[in-house]
Design a binder for this molecule. Structure first.
Ligand code: TYM
Length: 335
């Protein structure tokens, strides 16, 4: 398929602290897998991350680290557009316009807003509430047909679709209505190792609840050994075995094995052996990624060059959509 026939795909990850294997399995792994099939545009969503308090120096560091991680995971900067969200002003500009067709009730009922408001009760800010509109802008600016995300972002994508349809109905065809691209099965929602009824989250206070992409081998194996499993001793994926099912999903994501293959491999063996095997598989898979990321971080000029070039390309595409939007809503162009 030629470049022009490929559909556009957009996704982003926030540079707010460590990236977990949940982010990797639910999102970044698919970013890599989809890069030949689509024209892919991937951003470091720094504008989103300031909706909860960030330390400025840490945010700067995490932004560069996430860019390096994208590439170390296998995203090819020659094939994909990689950029930092705040480098392309159109994201904020479109957000303003979309705000005028979004109702407060739509935003206040978002699960993530409710969760984060409860968690950061001392900082329930307008940005936190407006988060999904900025996300819609990210996606719609690039006329993205597909958006690979974890299951927790589904509600935000539904709002994005609603806003695209609403704008198109009001002003005429402007935006592509995007489809979520959510992995089938449990990879779309990797659960906490400490409490398998909750999502694995980088903001969990308990560091044993998640594995980060930069955890070392011993830490990874220790966290897997400590993972909360269910009663019984049989390695089997089942609804009443959320802990073991989660570990099977993690094992599968890093080894390519299906749940059935894993069940067969560990039949007759107990949880103990299985947990060590999961830890080793994760550590083996992450070692080359960590080495490549460390190497890239020493090449700051190279990374800066990628994000500069990415921002220029992204801005060009985004500007095309934004100009169309401005014309449709009636902003006088002066031309
Ligand atoms: P963030 O940084 O919170 O998460 C990045 C991606 O990781 C997925 N994810 C998970 N997948 C499986 N299991 C988990 N435990 C898990 N935790 C997180 C998220 O679903 C996400 O795909 N709001 C977005 C960032 C964003 C964005 C966008 C995404 C900003 N603009 C436009 C798509 C399109 C987010 O959740 O980031």
């Amino acid at each position: 398929m030629g470049e022009t026939e490929k559909k556009a795909l957009f996704s982003a990850v926030q540079p707010s602290g460590a990236v977990t294997i949940g982010n990797y399995i639910g999102a970044i792994k698919n970013f890599v897998a989809l890069q030949d099939e689509f024209n892919c545009i991937y951003a470091v969503a720094d504008l989103h991350s300031i909706t909860v308090r960030q330390e400025a120096a840490a945010l700067r560091k995490n932004t560069l680290e996430l860019m390096a991680l994208f590439i170390a995971c296998g995203i090819d900067p020659e094939k994909c557009v990689l950029f930092v969200q705040s480098h392309v002003p159109a994201h904020c500009e479109l957000t303003w316009v979309l705000n005028t067709i979004t109702y407060p009730g739509e935003l206040s009922r978002m699960t993530q807003f409710k969760d984060k408001s409860a968690k950061h009760a001392d900082n329930v800010n307008m940005g936190l509430m407006d988060y999904p509109v900025l996300m819609a802008s990210d996606i719609l600016l690039y006329q993205a047909a597909a958006v690979p995300v974890g299951a927790d972002q589904k509600q935000h994508l539904e709002l994005t679709r609603d806003l695209a349809v609403r704008f198109n109905n009001r002003y005429g065809q402007t935006f592509t209505v995007p489809e979520p691209y959510i992995m089938k099965g449990s990879g779309a929602k990797i659960m906490s190792l400490a409490d398998p009824s909750r999502k694995m989250s980088k903001s969990d206070e308990n560091p044993n609840a998640f594995i980060t992409m930069s955890d070392d081998r011993d830490t990874i194996i220790r966290k897997c050994k400590r993972a909360v499993t269910d009663s019984g001793n049989e390695v089997r994926s089942a609804e009443d075995k959320p802990g073991v099912s989660n570990l099977i999903a993690i094992y599968g994501a890093f080894t390519g094995k299906t749940a059935e293959e894993t069940e067969r491999e560990f039949s007759g063996k107990g949880y103990g052996d299985f947990k060590v095997a999961v830890g080793e598989a994760v550590a083996d898979a992450l070692a080359p990624v960590q080495a490549e990321k460390a190497r890239l971080l020493k090449e700051k000029d190279y990374l800066n060059g990628i994000m500069k070039r990415g921002a220029e390309t992204a801005a060009r595409i985004a500007r095309r959509t934004l100009s169309k939007v401005y014309r449709k809503v009636g902003f006088y162009s002066g031309d």
